[in-house]
Design a protein around this ligand. Sequence first.
Ligand code: HT7
Ligand code: ZN
Length: 883
Amino acid sequence: PETIFRKDYIAPGFWVDTVEMGFDLDLSATHVATRMTMRRNHDSSEKDLVLFGESLKLLQLRMNGVNLKKSAYKIEGETLRIANAPDEVTLEIETRINPLKNTSLSGLYASNGNFITQCEAEGFRKITWFPDRPDVMAKYTVMLRADKKKFPVLLSNGNLIEEGDLGDGRHFAKWEDPFKKPSYLFALVAGKLVCQEENYKLKSGREVLLQVWVEDGNLDKTQHAMDSLKNSIRWDEERFGLELDLDRFMIVATGDFNMGAMENKGLNIFNTKYVLANPSIATDVDYAGIESVVGHEYFHNWTGNRVTCRDWFQLSLKEGLTVFRDQEFSADLVGTATGRAVKRIEDVRLLRQVQFSEDAGPMAHPVRPDSFVEINNFYTVTIYEKGSEVVRMYYTLLGHDGFRKGMDLYFERHDGQAVECDDFRAAMADSSGRDLTQFERWYSQAGTPRVKVDAIYDAEAQTYSITLSQSCPATPGQTEKLPFHIPVAMGLLGADGKDIPLHSVAYEAQAGATSLVLELTEASQTFVFTGVSSKPVPSLLRNFSAPVVLEIDYSDEELGLLLANDSDPFNRWEAGQRLATRRLVKLTTAVQQGEELSLDGMFIEALRATLNDASLDPAFRELVLTLPSEAMIAEEFKVVDPQAIHTARQFARATITEHLRADLLSAYEGHLTPGKYSPDAQSMAKRGLKNLALSYLLEWSDESTFELAKTQFDDAENMTDRLAALTALTNFSGTDKQAKSAAKSLKAFYKDFKKEALVIDKWFMLQATARTTDVAKIRDLMEHPAFTLNNPNRARSLTFAFCNANPSRFHAVDGSGYALWAELVIALNKLNPQVAARLARSMDRWKKYPESLQVHMKAALQKVADTKKLSKDVLEVVSKALA
Ligand code: HT7
Ligand code: ZN
């Protein structure tokens, strides 16, 4: 398949000013009539009028009122070219499409009898021939016609300007979007839906209509999404001075969706997972996910829709920035300093576990990629999460007000335009007067930089010198890397654990501050601090001020001091993780060498102190007590042994429980949240710590803890507690009687919730990630009547969860996990290439495993690569893995 390069960008040969569309909606044969006015772009080297289309039946093509004969245009693959078109063109196109057969969930498709669209990135071309590229922005008017009984609700972008009956049992609705938009933001929804609606007053006094549309029976699950939407609107007004620009804002939930949600102008379409919630079906994690995704999509209205991307290589321009905005939104809503830190830690954990791994594998790419085969493969953690870290570094470098000035200038310059990442950087540089030239490397160079720390204390001179040296590993297509501009927030702790006032010639203006942002721009730089009366303990990369790996040799005592005292809560947590990682690596090696396993008292006592420190936010304590995941431990090894890692981590958990049983029990009992469920930060934090304590307690086989979990499961009044108890019961290794009892609970859970698709997804996921679940069990579950590969949420709940989150079982030594993976990727490829390609990525890091596993992995990858009719989505992923 063809590789598309960023350097080959050519502006469109024609602009589109207006688009009028008429849809005659029918599930198996929808007729689409499109009329667009176009004008030549004299600045482009492209002279032809170029349209894109896919899986379309072209019925009619008229230019300036004249039917075009087949000889007047040329179709090659997805491209239709009209040569010698006049400078002003009215193009009329009629196509027929089959939404029912569209299992890719891109373009116009059917979901439970309703019509849904998904046009990002290139789905609009599955609806009509069009210059389907983000730099072509036009005003849309859309007429929807459909059977009134089957499709009583007809929605599209913008404002409803007319609706009525057509006589023959059909009806219509006409929508007009007052804003110019790229085709990827087009949306229509039609079907049997109901909504919760509210009039909401903006700060300016203007009233807007907010609606959350769901399928019948789900109206009791929309309040949290509605609250999150209102919070998002208010937050964007207050933090960025950005107002909702429409009179009406709609959210629609569908059970069939490839991703989380989509920011179509005025008509956001969401995966039900990120809309539907009530205490009996949704966990605290679900509630938080809904808040952040509703925020994310809403914030796109400015960062993505009002200012969009020139081309898809600039995807992080909107995604990185919008992730940063949604992260800040969630942090601001919690309000407290530790609440913010907890959110930061959670975000960094994801970045390290998934993005750092992507950066070290065959799909590594810069935040602004140079090439791709299939753009859908580039909705990655690098574009999103690393992209957000890049935006956060501007925030760290320029400060709160400086960053806001940059944002203001960005909108002042580019509202209504399709621009590049460089334009955002220029706005930040020009508004602050800072030279951000070198900062560009964060966009152009892939890979996770490493920053090595060497420090010398000179007691006589009372100076402390920190030398920071940066390097970045090679990534595909990029062997040599130039130094990055890295903000390193830092402080120095005295022996009492208190911050020392900092004095450094290079940072004279901030003399006496207890935290500074050092700017590392060279390959190696030394920063000297004066007036340091005793050897300090450095606290570096505070709040994780840059997406790098910090290599620093701390002693256990230094880490203990940081864990107990650092004024930066992120680095307190980080110190705990360093202590844990060190031990887990040692234990893993001991497992491999058949040595006796043991865990030292210093570590256990540090955990005990944190667990029992009532002055600390329970959410923070939960994070410190959570050991690094098996995936994170794996990153510490050149060659990964998943079974040894699993055994080591389990040993550590059991040993912690052995020593801290009484403390864990009192943490459990001290953080009960009786009464009505509330998804506020404090209650969530309590439930989080309580359920972590429960999961530890069940690592130690005994009757009373099993009963504790069983009672919690039976009496739970919310899904958070119920699912936590069921997970603990399912993973408990006890007597046969207890195993039977756990199986009974699992069955009861299914029975109680079989009508709730999102809960059944949890039921599958819980089993997919259970310690005892092997490949045979997964195959069994795939035969369950509730399982299907056709629905992405369901497919992910079992198969993705197993391949990505149950490493010791997926990497079974006989290679059976990989054989299953290949079968699944091949089956999904036929149904939904985007979902198939995501699953294909589970094998990205295959070269990190021992030879004995690599043989099986390579065979499985080859089997997929050799499959006939492989989509370019999957082909790109497996060929890069095999390269
Ligand atoms: N901007 C949205 C991306 C998206 C998407 C991309 C490819 C295929 C399907 C998709 N659904 C949504 C989501 C977001 O980042 O807000
Ligand atoms: Zn987004």
